[in-house]
Design a protein around this ligand. Structure first.
Ligand SMILES: [Mg+2]
Ligand SMILES: [Zn+2]
Length: 221
C-alpha cells in the first residue's frame, strides 16, 4: 500500500480504529498534562516506559499521582487543547458509510469525555483506561480493559483490534505513537503520523503517511 495507490472507499464492513492523543488532539494530552501540572521526575518515568522497562499501567499510575490540580482547573485546561478540525468530517464519513468508528487509547476517559462533550460527540465508541480525581488534586488510574496476555499496555489496542476483526472485513488504523505500533502491524490499512510513520517505514509496515485527519477523509471518501 502506498499513498499513490487509491484505497477502496469506506464501506459498512470496515472499521476505523483511531488513536486519541496526538491523533484526534493535536498534542498528546497526557504529556501536556504532565508538562503543566506534574512535579519533577515525570519525564524519567516516561523514558522508562519508552525503553520498555515499565508498562503503561505503571507509567500512567505514577505520572498521574504526581499532578496537583483542581478538577475545575484541569477541565478548563483540557477544553483548551486543540483538536484536529477534520474529526467531525471523519465521523460523518463513517456514519454515511455505516462503518464503525472506534477511539482506541491508552489514555484516560476523564479528559477524553470532556473533549468529546465539548465537541458534542459523546456517542462515539471509546475504549480507554479510566481516571478519577481522588479528592486531593491527584488522579487515580484504573485499567478495566487490561488483557491477561499483554503485560505492556493498560488498554491493549491489539486485543481490541483482534476482537473488532471478528465482524469487520477491513481494519483501518489511524495513529501517531508508541502504543500504535503493535496494532498497526495487524491492520489492513494504516494511516500513520509522526513516530508511528517513522516506525512503519523502519519496520517495513505498509502505511499511508498522513499529517492530519483531513488526509484520512480524503483518502477514504
Ligand atoms: Mg497518540
Ligand atoms: Zn498490548
Amino acid at each position: 500500500m502506498s499513498a499513490s495507490q487509491p484505497l477502496a472507499p469506506l464501506s459498512h464492513s470496515d472499521a476505523i480504529l483511531c488513536d486519541f492523543d496526538g491523533t484526534i488532539t493535536l498534542e498528546d494530552t497526557g504529556l501536556a498534562t504532565m508538562r503543566t501540572f506534574a512535579g519533577p521526575g515525570w519525564w524519567d518515568i516516561e523514558l522508562a516506559w519508552r525503553r520498555g522497562e515499565i508498562g503503561s499501567m505503571e507509567c500512567l499510575s505514577r505520572q498521574f499521582s504526581m499532578i496537583d490540580v483542581s478538577p475545575e482547573h484541569y477541565r478548563s485546561f483540557i477544553e483548551s487543547q486543540p483538536v484536529d478540525p477534520a474529526l467531525a468530517d471523519l465521523v460523518q464519513l463513517c456514519e454515511r458509510a455505516g462503518c464503525r468508528f472506534i477511539i482506541l487509547t491508552d489514555g484516560l476517559d476523564l479528559y477524553i469525555q470532556w473533549i468529546l462533550q465539548k465537541l458534542a460527540l459523546t456517542s462515539l465508541e471509546v475504549w480507554s483506561n479510566e481516571g478519577r480525581f481522588d479528592g486531593s488534586g491527584r488522579i487515580v488510574c484504573s485499567f478495566p480493559h487490561q488483557h491477561p496476555i499483554c503485560k505492556v499496555h493498560g488498554n491493549c489496542k491489539l486485543a481490541h483490534l483482534f476482537r473488532t476483526r471478528r465482524d469487520s472485513r477491513r481494519i483501518i488504523y489511524v495513529g501517531d505513537g508508541y502504543t500504535d505500533m503493535c496494532p498497526a502491524a495487524s491492520a489492513d490499512v494504516v494511516f500513520a503520523k509522526d513516530v508511528l510513520a517513522e516506525h512503519c517505514e523502519r519496520a517495513g509496515i505498509p502505511a499511508v503517511r498522513c499529517e492530519c485527519l483531513a488526509d484520512v477523509v480524503t483518502a477514504l471518501a
